[in-house]
Design a protein around this ligand. Structure first.
Ligand SMILES: [Mn+2]
Length: 250
């Protein structure tokens, strides 16, 4: 079979000691042991908070760098779509680890498929508060301050923000799972009309979804990766040639 690519998102990792930190580390080490180095796609919100290239984050998640550097050295393509909890990643993730960084949706040929990839934080046009925060945090005037102001300050801001959003979104999700699925579906159909694809992969919504849309001019696979916070065991998506499958991680 062909070259392999793996996709994960929405781990919302707070430190390396928690269960998902250990699972992520084991997963990365297992990839370094594969015969042909696979490609790896992070679809955002891997960390509960990461901003710029501050030491405080680099030190906190230090065990991850060895397997990632090894993958890069072995020829893996490493791709990171920024989420709403991990942003302005260039200083460390691009410069030190060799990731390609994207802030917006991209189209890529992966395996046998034309794939649209995105974090998914623009799927809900009604989320006005979030869209304002996105515009603010990505504003050209604000961005330099994310690099200049010290990391411990941003870590404090990040903790405050994610406590708030976690509480709000957990209740919201449990009450609205079917509505969220419909939102992911409607988004896929809308963006398909602008530029078609065989497969769309998103994260952010924390509702795992894998379905085929049959109301477009070809069958289109619509996947949301869900979140490791709500999966036991957590899963990674794998594409190899024409094969699309889920891998359980332990
Ligand atoms: Mn998100």
């Amino acid at each position: 079979m062909g070259h392999k690519a793996y996709f994960i998102s929405d781990i919302h990792l707070e430190n390396m000691q928690e269960r998902n930190g250990q699972i992520l580390l084991r997963f990365l080490h297992s990839l370094t042991a594969e015969k042909e180095a696979p490609d790896l796609f992070f679809l955002g919100d891997i960390f509960d908070f990461w901003l710029s290239g501050h030491e405080v984050f680099i030190r906190k998640f230090e065990p991850l760098w060895e397997p990632l550097l090894l993958l890069k050295a072995r020829g893996s393509r490493l791709v990171y779509f920024e989420g709403n909890h991990d942003l302005h990643l260039h200083p460390f993730w691009e410069k030190k680890l060799g990731f390609e960084i994207y802030e917006e949706a991209q189209y890529m040929k992966i395996g046998d498929y034309a794939v649209r990839l995105e974090h998914g934080d623009l799927m809900n046009p009604q989320d006005i508060d979030y869209l304002r925060w996105r515009a603010f945090s990505r504003h050209a005037i604000i961005e330099p301050w994310t690099h200049i102001l010290p990391g411990f300050f941003w870590q404090w801001v990040g903790n405050k923000l994610s406590q708030k959003s976690r509480k709000k979104s957990r209740t919201y999700r449990s009450r609205n799972e079917e509505a969220i699925r419909e939102m992911i579906r409607v988004h896929a159909q809308n963006v398909y009309q602008k530029e078609p694809f065989d497969l769309i992969i998103s994260g952010h919504m924390h509702v795992k979804l894998d379905e085929t849309l049959t109301n477009l001019d070809r069958p289109v696979r619509n996947i949301n990766l869900g979140s490791w916070l709500e999966q036991d065991p957590p899963k990674a998506l794998k594409i190899e040639g024409s094969d699309i499958s889920w891998i359980e991680l332990k």
